[in-house]
Design a protein around this ligand. Structure first.
Ligand code: ZN
Length: 150
């Protein structure tokens, strides 16, 4: 099992979340739920880019990384339910075990796999999470429509 000390060190090194206590907590809960093997795979060369809804952008300095690294980008509503936030983080870290990006022909394969990984770590996609996702998705579709009209 991964130790709390290790997880706290990883979280402390993630510059973009140093002010976001809720994200730190959710991330900590998810990382501590993983097997040692998954933890190493997921956190290896992982950089989080997290912005709260009132922030329009950010620039962060990072130490040099010698091999392939991955960036996890999260934009987080301030009043987000911690269970939903935990699931989102677990799902995204599920992608971090896949070792590559989506490509044509994958369809929903990688998404389903990420859901499965999250569930394995104890974060099941509940009805509330599904509903939240649909709401966000509808919001994005509306936004695109508005932008394209201009
Ligand atoms: Zn996904």
């Amino acid at each position: 099992m991964v130790t709390k000390k290790e997880v706290d060190k990883f979280i402390k090194n993630q510059k973009s979340i140093h002010l976001y206590k809720k994200v730190q907590k959710a991330l900590r809960d998810v990382l501590l739920a993983m097997s040692d093997e998954d933890y190493r795979k997921v956190t290896k060369n992982l950089i989080l880019m997290v912005v709260h809804e009132t922030s329009y952008g950010q620039l962060m300095y990072h130490s040099p990384v010698k091999s392939k690294f991955k960036i996890l980008q999260l934009s987080v509503a301030k009043d987000i339910d911690i269970n939903i936030l935990r699931w989102i983080i677990a799902h995204e870290l599920g992608h971090a075990t896949q070792g590559r990006n989506w490509r044509r022909g994958d369809d929903e394969k990688l998404e389903k796999d990420a859901d499965k990984k999250a569930e394995k770590w104890g974060f099941k996609k509940t009805k509330a999470i599904q509903k939240y996702g649909d709401k966000e998705y509808t919001g994005i579709k509306k936004l695109y429509k508005r932008i394209n009209k201009k």
